[in-house]
Design a binder for this molecule. Sequence first.
Ligand SMILES: O=C(O)c1ccccc1N[C@@H]1O[C@H](COP(=O)(O)O)[C@@H](O)[C@H]1O
Length: 215
Amino acid sequence: MSHDIRVKICGLRTGADVAAAASAGSSYVGFVFYPKSPRNVSFQEAAALAVDVPMGVAKVALVVNANDAFLDDLTAAVPLDMLQLHGSETPTRVAEVKARYGLPVMKAVGIADASDLAQIDAYAAVADQLLIDAKPPKNADLPGGNGLAFDWTLLAGRKYWTVPWMLAGGLTADNVAEAVRLTGATQVDVSSGVEGSVGVKDAGLISAFLAAAQA
Ligand SMILES: O=C(O)c1ccccc1N[C@@H]1O[C@H](COP(=O)(O)O)[C@@H](O)[C@H]1O
C-alpha cells in the first residue's frame, strides 16, 4: 500500500538536484543559506535554481539566526514559498519573521531527550509548521544536516501539535519507513541521507528515499 507522505529534499545545489527531487515526487525542495554548510548556495544560485522548480513543489529557504537585513535581501532575490528557521530563534522572533515577510514559517526544533519536547508548544503557537530534528552534538559546526537521528520513540504517543510538522534527522531510504511507523509523521525531510558524498546529492538515493518513504 502507498501512503501519502510528503517529502522535503533539502540542500539542493544544482539543476540536476532540482530535477531529481521534482521527478521523484518531492513536495518541498530546500535551499540552504548558511555559509558554514557544504550545501550553502548564494542568492543568485538559488534564484536560478528556483526557475526550474515545478509549480506545486514548495521552495523552502533554510536560514540560521538570520537578521532582517539578510532576510530582506534573500526574499527580494529568490522567489520563495516558505522560510525554515533552523537556529536558536525564539518564538517572538518566529512571529516577527512571519509578520514581516508574509511567508509561511517552519521552525526547526532539536530533540535529544524528552525534556526537549517541552519547547514545542510555544513554537506551535506562532509557526506555520514545525520541523522536529535531532539536536546537534555540542560544538557541531552545523545546527542540522549532520545525518544524526534521535530516539523516534520519544514522539510515540505524543499529543498532537496544532500545526503540521515534519520529521528530520539522519533519515535514509533504509530507515525512513520505520521512522514514519514509530512517529506517525506524515512529512519527512532529508539532506545528508540522499548524498553520495558530503554536500553532493545523488539522484538514485533521492528516488530510493521517496519510494521508501511512500511505500
Ligand atoms: O543541511 C544543512 O547543511 C543544514 C545546515 C544548517 C542547518 C540545517 C541543515 N539541514 C537540515 O537538517 C535536517 C537534517 O539533516 P540530515 O538529513 O540529518 O542531514 C534537515 O532538516 C535539513 O533541512
